[in-house]
Design a protein around this ligand. Structure first.
Ligand code: ATP
Ligand code: MG
Length: 357
């Protein structure tokens, strides 16, 4: 069977790390006799240069024909954020892409690699063995709610509204419980129900959903406490269920437990098999074009694609094992070299891809 894979190269380090991810996909194809047909899709900086827009209709049309989408990071350097090429990327490409394909479930799993124990800024006793899955709502809430700018009493006033419907909470809550059933059977809902009325709705709806999953424990934590607990005692978490904005912030925080943002993939899923798989980090303009970016986040995105869109579980696991093995042999991209480890076996982006392949 042929799988149709849409590929967004992304900006800056995007094409470099995507090339390594595609190298791995090719190895899987040959080894397991699968066919992956690649369609390269234009968006973000590349599309803006050619068409003056970040997500042209022809890109969406082509993407809709695919079975899964593999994406490099979109975005430009901080010093050029006011340039039209980069200013509109988030609202012009990233958010509409998620919305268009109704990718309301964002999964980010944080785990620590034994081989990288010196890299975590947190004591090893605290992070050893952790595996936290953050299930973040991705197509609603304050990032999509009504926005307003006005002048009140002679001064500027701005607002962003956090809006959630019951059905939007229910569908993501169900996903969190389903994932928990295959893990350690615990869901922690993170919100701020002491001050936010939308958080009260999250609590009510999630408690209703929990009744259908008697084998899973539901816990609740305010977001301020949760961000502290993630550092103090991350092992208490199995699945964290949360809204769009809290999930954005908590998942960056969680990735730090392992030591580098260059390691982690994410999956954005809807009700069909068309998922979107991408690294959690940005386009890292300052290290682009130097063959030093860590491709592991994008390579592990391929593993998630094989698992969640194509149900190729053994193939996905083999990529994850290869990554762990290469790390355990001491190979490091520069972001994985901790203080006092200057004698580590440092390799470039391409070499890391070759080792894993
Ligand atoms: P965004 O707003 O798109 O999330 P950001 O401003 O958070 O972007 P990133 O591009 O994620 O920034 O980069 C944050 C830091 O992490 C930078 O120092 C960057 O060089 C580093 N970094 C990000 N990705 C990688 C990678 N794959 N390999 C090595 N270093 C990386
Ligand atoms: Mg960021």
């Amino acid at each position: 069977m042929a799988y149709q894979v849409g590929v967004f190269n992304g900006d800056y380090i995007g094409p470099e790390i995507m090339a390594e991810a595609l190298k791995i996909l090719d190895v899987i194809a040959k080894k397991h006799n699968h066919q992956f047909d690649l369609t390269f899709l234009e968006a973000s900086g590349e599309a803006f240069d050619k068409y003056g827009e970040h997500l042209p209709q022809h890109t969406l049309d082509k993407a809709a024909q695919c079975d899964a989408l593999l994406k490099g990071p979109f975005g430009g350097p901080p010093e050029e954020l006011n340039h039209p090429k980069w200013a509109g990327v988030e609202k012009g490409a990233i958010l509409p892409l998620r919305k268009h394909f109704n990718l309301y479930t964002n999964l980010r799993e944080t785990q620590v690699f034994d081989a990288l124990r010196d890299l975590s800024p947190i004591k090893w006793d605290i992070v050893r063995g952790i595996n936290v899955l953050i299930v973040r709502e991705l197509t609603s809430g304050i990032y999509f709610g009504p926005k307003n700018n006005q002048v009140v009493d002679g001064e500027r006033e701005s607002s962003d509204l956090e809006v959630y419907r019951e059905s939007e909470i229910r569908r993501i809550a169900k996903k969190a419980f389903e994932y928990a059933q295959n893990r350690n059977r615990k869901v922690t809902l993170v919100a701020k129900s002491n001050v936010l009325t939308s958080s009260v709705l999250w609590r009510e709806v999630t408690a209703e959903v929990a009744k259908d999953y008697a084998d899973v424990t539901l816990d609740y934590m305010h977001v301020d406490n949760a961000s502290m607990q993630l550092i103090l005692n991350p092992r208490q978490f199995d699945v964290i269920l949360t809204n769009n904005i809290f999930g954005d912030i908590l998942s960056d925080e969680a990735s730090v437990l392992s030591g580098s943002i260059g390691l982690f993939p994410s999956a954005s899923l809807g009700d069909t098999t068309l998922g979107l798989y991408e690294p959690i980090h940005g386009s890292a303009p300052s290290i682009a074009g130097k063959n030093i970016a860590n491709p592991i986040s994008t390579i592990l995105s391929v593993a998630l694609m094989l698992r969640y869109s194509f149900a190729l579980h053994e193939e996905a696991a083999s990529i994850e094992r290869a990554v762990a093995e290469v790390l355990s042999k001491g190979h490091r991209t520069v972001d994985l070299v901790g203080p006092g480890q200057e004698s580590a076996n440092v390799v470039g982006t391409r070499e890391m891809g070759d080792l894993i392949a």
